[in-house]
Design a protein around this ligand. Structure first.
Ligand SMILES: Cc1cc2nc3c(=O)[nH]c(=O)nc-3n(C[C@H](O)[C@H](O)[C@H](O)COP(=O)(O)OP(=O)(O)OC[C@H]3O[C@@H](n4cnc5c(N)ncnc54)[C@H](O)[C@@H]3O)c2cc1C
Length: 477
């Protein structure tokens, strides 16, 4: 067979460019096919936080950490409902992703606690995902790696028991191996309904942060399925809490100044809980919703402090929890207001007796500037005791990351429904289904996954296609 390339990479985002660069460096000829008119994907749009343990950046900042600690945390958070070999590999090699970015010119001033562990592991790339995307793109250009933009791969070629290329734009391109790095599925309502029903349940208000990357449509799943790939990680993506007051806005953090209750009138988490847990907790409440309750004084004084919305030091602040916007939505009826908490309860369908009891406990603590029950760590605790009162509905309706995708082994080889690897097919990044587990461990898991497993895919695919002793079905040139 005549091969056009050693390796074809499908999707030129973070994982794709990384895999291509590593495979190219090892000596393989590589082609990147990208559906969009530009490289970068969601990685380019991202906050640029990378989850990693044992990095030189942590060391410089005096943070003690080890891959074992990261492994233990992720496995425990997921109640062991995730694959140890994948999490072991991720934990042990995550630091390489950060060191590699540093070697390409990225800078890190902040490493933040982005999950619910005590160790800061969220490496905040200066300039966010834009920096990562640009550094990778420039490196791809500098290395002379061939790239075809506006080229959406529609089919995988499969011959002699092996994936041997792709079909795109009416053309067959042959390669000794293919790496799927097509990202998530957040922009496809059909794929969301099938693979992320707990997000899709919120109907019209569902929004994926991937919106500006138009081909984040789950193509990797469809391509993998054509050759028998196992699809795993169904309904395990990251959902972020949102009041949906600003259309299509990326919201990850709730303000600490309000009290959040479910329809039973009970609080169920510290209001500013990290998004590693907050969206999941809201989805688990009756009716998969919650209400943020506050009073007039809190609206004026609390909403003036925007620090809560930028824990990753990006310089961007939330628009949603702004006094003017909230008043506007009192006018549109989206936010309820009344002179008593009982009336607010009735308007929202909240148990009024429970809401009163919850507010009394909350207020008693707030007057002492503490939260003894849910241990909310806030710059200031506001009692809710001055009419008028307000209620805003909050749902976990923003998709931060999808996790359904093809199954792989720890070397990024795609597995079929029987658990065997599919010769010639590799995958990395958000299109892989077995990396995230049931819980998003913390800010940085998405980019961390893309870069870490992108590097592994690049190494492994190069090893395979450049081997002197070819695998069955793979002819040497
Ligand atoms: C606004 C935003 C903020 C985020 N912030 C963070 C953060 O700070 N930290 C974090 O860890 N995660 C974050 N995430 C998630 C993270 O960005 C992604 O999980 C990760 O970057 C995915 O990388 P990837 O390489 O797998 O996919 P992508 O970078 O999305 O790349 C996939 C590429 O494949 C292309 N493609 C798709 N289908 C085809 C096809 N059939 N043929 C050819 N090309 C195709 C797409 O056009 C795209 O360019 C954020 C996401 C967004 C959108």
């Amino acid at each position: 067979m005549d091969y056009d390339y050693d390796v074809i990479v499908v999707g030129g985002g973070g994982a794709g460019m990384t895999a291509a660069l590593v495979a190219h460096e090892a000596g393989a000829s590589v082609m990147i096919l990208e559906a969009d008119g530009k490289l970068g994907g969601a990685t380019w749009l991202s906050g640029g936080v990378i989850y990693a343990a044992g990095t030189s950046v942590q060391k410089k900042l005096g943070i003690e950490d080890t891959p074992q600690a990261m492994y233990d945390y992720i496995m425990t958070l997921n109640a062991w409902q995730t694959r140890p070999d994948i999490i072991r590999t991720f934990s042990e090699r995550s630091a390489e992703a950060v060191e590699w970015m540093v070697s390409l010119g990225a800078e890190y001033e902040w490493v933040v606690k982005s999950g619910v562990d005590t160790v800061p592991r969220g490496h905040c790339t200066k300039g966010a995902g834009f920096t990562i995307g640009e550094l990778l793109k420039n490196e791809v250009g500098a290395m002379g790696i061939e790239t075809a933009l506006n080229t959406r791969v529609e089919r995988l070629l499969f011959e002699n028991g092996r994936v041997c290329g792709v079909h795109a734009d009416g053309v067959d391109l042959h390669a000794k191996a293919v790496v799927l790095t097509t990202g998530g599925l957040g922009n496809s309502p059909t794929m969301r309904a099938k693979y992320f029903p707990s997000a899709a349940q919120h109907g019209d208000i569902v929004y994926a942060v991937h919106d500006d990357a138009p081909f984040i449509l789950g193509d990797g799943i469809k391509l993998g399925e054509q050759v028998g790939a196992e699809i795993t990680g169904i309904d395990t993506g990251l959902v972020l809490p949102s009041a949906a007051l600003v259309p299509n806005s990326v919201e990850a953090f709730l303000p600490p100044w309000m009290m959040l209750v479910n329809v039973d009138g009970h609080r169920f988490m510290p209001e500013n809980a990290p998004y590693a847990v907050s969206g999941y907790l809201i989805n688990e409440q009756p009716g998969a919703r919650a209400y943020g309750i506050f009073d007039e004084k809190t609206l004026v004084e609390g909403s003036a402090d925007k620090r809560f919305s930028d824990p990753y030091h990006t310089g961007e602040v939330s628009q949603t929890w702004d006094e003017d916007l909230i008043r506007k939505h009192v006018g549109t009826g989206r936010i309820k207001t009344a002179d008593t908490l009982e009336e607010i309860a009735d308007m929202c369908g909240i148990n009024r007796l429970a809401l009163r009891a919850t507010a009394e406990r909350y207020n008693a603590d707030a007057r002492n500037d503490v939260d003894t029950e849910w241990e909310k760590n806030a710059p200031r605790h506001f009692p809710i005791d001055e009419a008028p009162y307000f209620a805003v509905e909050v749902r976990a309706s923003v998709i931060g990351q999808t996790s359904a995708g093809v199954d792989i082994d720890a070397t990024t080889r795609v597995r079929d429904r029987n658990g065997a690897t599919i010769p010639g097919l590799f995958a990395a990044g958000e299109t892989v289904g077995c990396i995230q587990g049931k819980r998003y461990s913390g800010g940085g898991m998405g980019v961390g996954n893309a870069l870490t497993f992108g590097r592994i895919a690049g190494e492994e695919v190069a090893k395979e296609v450049l081997a002197n002793d070819p695998l069955p079905g793979l002819e040497t040139a």
